[in-house]
Design a protein. Sequence first.
Length: 285
Amino acid sequence: MELEEGHPGIRDSLSAPASHPAWSGGSWSWPQLLGRLAAASALLMVVLVGTSRQDLDSLDRSASVKDRIGLSEDSGDSVTQVLVMRHCLRATGNDLGHVKKGFDKASDYSNVALNWPVPANICTPQGLEVLVHTGATLRDRFGVAVSPNLTVTSDWVDRDARTSLYVLTGMSASGEVAQHPIRFDASVFSATESQAPLRKSKTFCEEQPMRDNVAQMRENLKRWPMPNGVGLVGSEGWKERYTNALAKMQSIIGTGAAGNLTDLNYEPFIDDDGNINGAVNVLKQ
């Protein structure tokens, strides 16, 4: 079970013309294609699956990847599985604006001391433990092993590099230190970032004008429902569900100098500088 001979690299498929199978469909499955358009993520692992998501969801998760997709030892079939991950659980900073005028700190919205054991935006110790467990689960339940067939790509951000390293550690044999290369290429996750920023290499795309970004964000806010059943902003019953979500958060973090979150349940909006405004920022941070 090996990658196809001549299998194009991630960068090759990203920069390929429209006739390239990674863009036009061809012999590539949707998981493969989406893996090459993995924007706003932190870690890309190309390991061995090419069946549909529906097929994978119907298979026994406790079996190995090979068993679940029906490959025999001598079948000669080759598949590619792309796993896209966000970064670790991390410490957050204390800056939190665009919620209530005059209250621009996270500590303004909570009576719980925000004493992180690490600097802002760095993986917490428990966050790293979760990553090791994630890697071990990939190894033990899904048969994903550290091998020459595995490609790991990260951007240049500290927490993302650590995410890659600690997942690999979990995938390694118990007690062993992960020994596998990590490919650093920010352009895989953002077309406007260079592959190697220290060398100022070219980007795939130029930044859009702010007005275009703002228009797109406002359209997305209209079209995409808020998670956990809150639903589309302004839809029937939305305000009640949103207020309940804020109250639930308040029960966890307490009430700070900014007052009750439920009093800040106005509809979130995107300002002209591209910032989302509203108590959603408290939920997010």
